[in-house]
Ligand binder design. Structure first.
Ligand code: NDP
Ligand code: DGY
Length: 328
């Protein structure tokens, strides 16, 4: 048994699935304080909550930078983010302080790939527009030229960033009759052979793909990657899908490409900022489908993400193995 003084202090920045909380509370080694809300912790509360903490369990909406790390102070041993993306963490600052980082790869791959396929189909086959027409009385009769879109059968799909999620997307899309699967990234991937993936330069991918799917990480190299020049290289009939991070896209350039007919349609699960303001120009376009960052949002996936985050945190606190530690 640990006495109250020996208990390590943990700050959890949001209400998370009970599977994760249970693990933390039953561990008996830490005193957990929780920002007990579905809404993000205000910055001032984060700085206050983290003070003196040994462990921080955070989400992708929390910017963990030098200010937060300084507020935490020298006790901090581990940051566990309930996400696979870690672009919200200032890793240089984290590393400097010898703090370990846990994240949640693999457990959300299937859910995110599934959502990407759903978004691609919804965008290409114009599902939100169709639903809206039914509700508004715009459906007068069956019309040969009405609400036509683009199908996957016989198509070329280009995946930017054939990592865990990119591979899972490719694997799911192939059975729809995709003829060619192109991918681009920093290096060719041996596992691409499982989906007959062809490693091509980005320009080739953009010129030849009917569907361009972005599933890379947000890094200084990918920030703003999808800009005017990028969209200009795509087919006019091309459909653009992004389920990585909003900042990979220059949204003004995307708006111009969509409204000017440079590309056919776009489906976004991620935007800048999040939430996207309701008066944002992209939301006025019928050929743009925007979802509220729900790639991993299945009950079971979020439960497992919370469990893994809790185990990562406890491993870091105890100085033992973490099930998914990020190599810094
Ligand atoms: P991985 O690390 O497995 O894959 C990331 C891929 O990005 C790698 O293949 C990597 O290629 C590639 N990449 C890195 N730099 C570049 C570059 N300059 N150009 C092209 N590709 C590049 O991560 P996951 O597949 O697990 O996750 C990917 C991202 O998806 C996360 O970082 C997160 O941002 C996002 N995500 C979004 C979700 C949502 O809800 N919408 C849910 C989950 C994740 P290489 O191996 O060559 O470095
Ligand atoms: C992540 O994990 O990075 C996603 O964006 C949310 O699950």
């Amino acid at each position: 048994m640990h006495t109250a003084q020996q208990l390590m202090k943990v700050f959890v920045t949001r209400r998370i699935p009970q599977e994760g909380m249970k693990i933390l509370l039953q561990a008996g080694t830490c005193k957990v304080s929780l920002w007990d809300s579905d809404e993000p912790v205000p910055r001032a509360e984060l700085l206050k909550g983290v003070a003196g903490a040994h462990g921080l369990l955070c989400l992708l909406s929390d910017r963990i930078d030098a200010e937060v790390l300084n507020a935490a102070g020298p006790n901090l041993k581990v940051i566990s983010t309930m996400s696979v993306g870690f672009d919200h963490l200032s890793l240089d600052e984290v590393k400097k302080r010898g703090v370990r980082v846990g994240y949640t790869p693999d457990v959300l791959t299937d859910a995110t790939a599934e959502l990407t396929v759903a978004l691609l189909l919804a965008t290409a086959r114009r599902l939100p527009e169709g639903v809206e027409e039914v509700k508004s009385g715009g459906w007068s009769t069956w019309k040969p030229l009405w609400l036509c879109g683009y199908g996957l059968s016989g198509s070329t799909v280009g995946v930017i960033g054939l990592g865990r999620i990119g591979m899972a997307i490719a694997t799911r899309l192939k059975p729809f009759g995709v003829k060619r699967l192109l991918y681009s990234g920093r290096v060719a991937k041996p596992q691409a052979s499982e989906v007959d993936g062809e490693y091509v330069p980005l320009d080739t991918l953009l010129a030849e793909s009917d569907f361009v799917v972005v599933s890379c990480a947000l890094t200084p190299q990918t920030q703003g990657l999808c800009d005017k020049a990028f969209f200009t290289k795509m087919k006019n009939t091309g459909v653009f899908i992004n389920t990585s991070r909003g900042a990979v896209v220059n949204q003004e350039d995307l708006y111009q490409a969509l409204s000017g007919g440079q590309i056919a349609a776009a489906g976004l699960d991620v935007t800048t900022p999040e939430p996207l303001p309701t008066d944002h120009p992209l939301l006025t376009l019928k050929n743009c489908v925007v979802l509220p960052h729900i790639g991993s949002a299945t009950y079971s996936t979020r439960g497992v993400m919370a469990e893994l985050s809790a185990h990562n945190l406890l491993g870091g606190l105890q100085g033992s193995d973490m099930p998914s530690e990020l190599t810094l």
